[in-house]
Design a protein. Sequence first.
Length: 208
Amino acid sequence: MELIPLEGYSEEEKLHIANRYLVPRQIKENGITPEQIEFPEDAVRYLTRHYTREAGVRKLEQVIGTVCRKQARRVVEGRTDKLIVNREMIKEFLGGIQVRVETEVAERVKRPGVAIGLAWTPAGGDVLFIEANKMKGKGGFTMTGQIGQVMQESMQAALSWVRSNYARLGLPEDFNKELDLHIHVPAGAIPKDGPSAGVTMATVLASL
């Protein structure tokens, strides 16, 4: 997943180019008609923000073409109802978000208990938002998400580090005595594992 600012053409310019040129061209090139598919403004904005990375519109046209080909296949298979493209359909056809704009990251990490981790993937990498919550309890510690054994051990080690460094962090010694803590890795369905996430886990707990 890339993390980039939006540069080059503005979002409004890309929207205009897509509606006037790219969408009609890709509909025609993929053998379907405007009566069989529709790209609402919100769908084009979503494609622009989360599935394109360059300043121009080449990639935008590619992803529009991919959606059109998916619809062409549906038509061949006998599903002749008009496809109104929406965010859920885009995710189904193209996979999860590929680009996060900087404002989204800045907004999410404003809240205590959220930290960003980086993950290796065969496609080059991914950005993971690790989230922690606390509630009244008796010192419990819950870990959820698609995580493996090594990452669970990293979470336990992170909690031990925070507890052993309570004074440096400005915490009372028994800060979690009457709290239950919960760490969640919400991104995607692919299991994540590895020994290098401990610093992210410690950061999210200290932030919380």
